[in-house]
Write a protein that binds this ligand. Structure first.
Ligand code: MN
Length: 283
C-alpha cells in the first residue's frame, strides 16, 4: 500500500542529520524549552560564560555569540511559541550552530511552526499565533534560513561516547541513534495514549518511569517545578514561558544553572509536573 504521508515522511527524514554523534565529546550546556524567551536565554547563556549580543533592526538584525572554550550549547527544542521574541531566539541559536558551537533537536512546536512557514494548514493555537505575528515582519530570506535550519535538525542526539542523549520529549534505549517515523513521534511527543484529556490536550504518560538505560537522557516538553534526576533521565523544561525558569544542565559536571522568567508570557494549561505512569506499568 502506498500512502502519500509515508512518502512525505521519508523525504523529510532524508533531510535530517544523523542522531548518532557518539564521537562528539566535550562539555555541553543543555538548555530546556526556550519558547521565544530571548531575554532569559541571553541571561542564562551569560551566566554559563557565553557572550551574546544582538544588533541592528529589520533585515540587518544579527546575533553575535562567543562560546567558552571547550563547551557547546545543546537545545532540547521548542525554541518558538508563547514567548515574546522567537525570531531573536532563532538568531542566537542559529548563530551558535553556524559556528559549530551549538546543537539542537526539534520540539513539537518547532515542527508545527515549520509547517506554518511552508504554508501548510495549521491551527494558530498554543502560542503559534504569537510566533506567526512576530514573523510577519521578518524577511523571506530569514524565514527560509529558519525553515532549512529546523528541518535539518537530527531527531535526537546521542553524544559523548554514548553516555548522553538529548531528545525533546523522551527516548527509549532501543531508539538511540536511529530515526524512524515511530521514533520521531516518541522524540517529539513522548509516550501518549492517543486520547485527549478534558482540556483537549493529548494524554501523556511518564515514559521515564520505564527507562533503565546506561545512557543519561536529557529532555524537555513537560514543564516541571525543578530539574531532578530520575532513572538516569532529567527534564530541563522548567516552564520559563509560563513564568517559571529557564534551566541548563552542565555536562559532564551535572551542575544545574537556571534563571527566573522576567514575566509570565502564557498561562499553563496544566499544573507543572510529570504526567502519571502508564496504567499497566503502575501496578
Ligand atoms: Mn515545550
Amino acid at each position: 500500500m502506498i500512502r502519500i504521508g509515508m512518502t512525505g515522511e521519508a523525504t523529510t527524514r532524508s533531510l535530517r542529520d544523523s542522531p548518532d554523534l557518539r564521537t562528539l565529546g566535550g562539555a555541553f550546556d543543555i538548555i530546556g524549552d526556550v519558547h521565544g524567551c530571548a531575554d532569559e536565554l541571553r541571561e542564562l547563556l551569560r551566566n554559563l560564560g557565553y557572550d551574546v549580543r544582538l544588533s541592528g533592526t529589520g533585515e540587518g538584525r544579527r546575533a553575535h555569540v562567543r562560546t567558552p572554550a571547550g563547551r557547546r550549547a545543546v537545545f532540547v527544542g521548542d525554541l518558538v511559541d508563547r514567548g515574546p521574541a522567537a525570531p531573536d531566539v532563532l538568531r542566537i541559536v542559529m548563530a551558535l550552530a553556524t559556528e559549530g558551537q551549538a546543537l539542537a533537536v526539534p520540539g513539537n512546536h518547532d515542527v508545527k511552526f515549520v509547517r506554518w512557514l511552508a504554508g501548510r494548514q495549521v491551527r494558530l493555537t498554543h502560542g503559534l499565533e504569537r510566533t506567526a505575528e512576530q514573523f510577519e515582519t521578518e524577511s523571506p530570506a530569514f524565514r527560509t534560513h529558519v525553515a532549512t535550519f529546523l528541518e535539518r535538525l537530527p531527531i535526537h542526539l546521542w553524544l559523548d561516547g554514548g553516555a548522553l542523549a538529548v531528545a525533546h520529549a523522551g527516548l527509549k534505549y532501543e531508539m538511540l541513534g536511529r530515526d524512524t517515523d515511530a521514533i520521531r513521534s516518541f522524540c517529539l511527543y513522548g509516550e501518549t495514549s492517543g486520547e485527549q484529556d478534558e482540556l483537549g490536550l493529548p494524554v501523556r504518560y511518564h515514559w521515564a518511569a520505564e527507562y533503565g538505560g546506561r545512557t543519561a537522557i536529557v529532555y524537555g516538553h513537560t514543564p516541571v517545578p525543578a530539574a531532578e534526576w530520575f532513572n538516569n533521565t532529567l527534564c530541563v523544561d522548567t516552564g520559563c514561558c509560563f513564568g517559571g525558569r529557564l534551566t541548563a544542565l552542565r555536562w559532564p559536571e551535572r551542575a544545574i544553572v537556571s534563571v527566573a522568567a522576567h514575566q509570565v508570557y502564557a498561562s499553563p494549561r496544566r499544573p507543572f509536573g510529570h504526567p502519571p505512569v502508564r496504567p499497566d506499568v503502575a501496578d
